[in-house]
Design a binder for this molecule. Structure first.
Ligand code: PLP
Length: 406
């Protein structure tokens, strides 16, 4: 018998999209997928070089916690990128390697969710819209998934402080994503620090999904680790209750490398390592060596950021004057209000040959939201192709929006 929690999960957004668009034949010859957030830039050459240079390590089982070199590179990068005090991140206590952030987020919930808290079923808080894995992680851990609206009214980020205190008391884990997928919204240090204080007050774990943190177009988004330090008095455990999730997928255009790490609260990571030593596959050592080379190199990440900044600048120009356009602060998605996301997705495919995702497929139904779902009015457009392709595609989409009758 299948675990009934699995049956309760909604179908994948991409399966639903295939069903929606299956019967429609696009009117153009060269269709384009802007549905999947998969960077189409070539991977940096240092990946292949590092893998070749470490080919003698294929015969080794990788350590469960990740190689010391990889954890040290992650600590160096965190310290540089977020301006953390030297030595504050101890690679041996505060960092674990992961095969991308998706599996880490999923398994983290299996580690941190007890059956009960405060006399009731444990809760996992997550934004709505949400990255699909958050919900699966919570449901499969046996928790009650509480979806907190992340809408224009809340700056496109969930306001966990506004959640009913009885629910906060039962909360074991809160997942927070900045820059957010799909909205591209960023939390500033004040907002993050308030969240850390909330987590400590209600004794839940704050899991910060920061996999888009290198793709930003204004101020660099801070980390949950900055906030943890800001919320701690001298002598307190600076990272208490906070764990951050990082990945090379977006930063370095290597989603296929399956490489990320988690960092933060040492006691929590010790428990996480225990679960991972049963459940996880670790990065093979030659790939871990490539990850070290990538974390140590900021130049290619800066070039990637400049590339996405050009795409967002193009979107600014192309959607100038369109009322549903909000410039993303980070990440590589446009979250465009088109009135009816599903209907517009069909038109975009039929008339422009461009595949986007209806916002409601990325969100849970909520009777309080317009159209019964906070993503109802939106489509998500992934800006993952080269500049010319993106400019041509966005121009076609804008034309389609300006001519509602086709
Ligand atoms: C918000 C968010 N978190 C986590 C991930 C997982 O990425 P990866 O497992 O490649 O690190 C993704 C991937 O699309 C994402 O959009």
């Amino acid at each position: 018998m299948v675990n009934p929690a699995l049956d309760r999960l909604p179908g994948s957004a991409f399966v639903r999209l295939r069903e929606l668009l299956g019967p429609i034949v696009p009117q153009v010859e060269t269709p384009l997928a802007m549905s999947i957030g998969e960077p189409q830039l070539p991977p940096p050459p240092i990946v292949a070089e590092a893998v070749a240079a470490h080919a003698h390590l294929w015969n080794r089982y990788p350590p469960n916690e990740g190689t010391p070199e990889l954890r040290a590179a992650a600590a160096r990068w965190l310290t540089r990128r977020f301006g953390l005090p030297a030595g504050s991140v101890d690679p041996d206590r505060h960092v674990l390697s992961a095969t991308g952030s998706r599996e880490a987020l999923y398994l983290f919930a299996q580690t941190m969710v007890p059956p009960e808290k405060a006399g009731g079923r444990a809760v996992v808080l997550m934004p709505n819209p949400y990255y699909q894995v958050y919900r699966a992680a919570a449901e499969m851990a046996g928790a009650e998934a509480v979806l907190v609206p992340a809408t224009a009214a809340t700056g496109y980020l969930p306001d966990y402080a506004a959640v009913d205190p009885a629910i906060l008391a039962r909360t074991a884990l809160a997942i927070f994503c900045s820059p957010s997928n799909p909205e591209g919204a960023q939390a500033d240090l004040e907002r993050l620090t308030d969240l850390v204080r909330l987590a400590r007050r209600h004794d839940f774990v704050l899991a910060c999904d920061e996999c888009y943190c290198e793709l930003y177009f204004g101020d660099a988004p801070p980390s949950g680790l900055n906030a943890a330090l800001a919320a701690s008095a001298p002598g307190e455990d600076p990272f208490a209750n906070v764990v951050v999730f990082h990945s090379l997928s977006k930063r370095s255009s290597v989603p296929g490398l399956r490489s990320g790490f988690v960092a933060g609260d040492a006691a929590i990571l010790k428990a996480f390592l225990k679960l991972r030593s049963y459940a996880s596959v670790q990065m093979p050592m030659p790939l871990a060596a490539a990850a070290v080379a990538l974390w140590d190199d900021d130049a290619h990440a800066a070039a990637n950021r400049a590339h996405y900044a050009r795409l967002v600048a193009a979107a600014d120009r192309i959607f100038a004057g369109y009322p549903g356009y909000v410039r993303p602060q980070g990440g590589f998605f446009l979250w465009l209000d088109v009135g009816d996301g599903e209907a517009m997705t069909k038109r975009f495919w039929q008339e422009c040959g461009i595949r986007v995702v209806p916002g409601r497929y990325l969100a849970a139904d909520d009777p309080a939201a317009p159209g019964g779902n906070p993503g109802h009015a939106y489509v998500r457009i992934a800006l993952v192709h080269d500049e010319d392709t993106v400019i041509r595609a966005l121009t076609r989409l804008r034309r389609c929006l300006d001519h509602p009758d086709g």
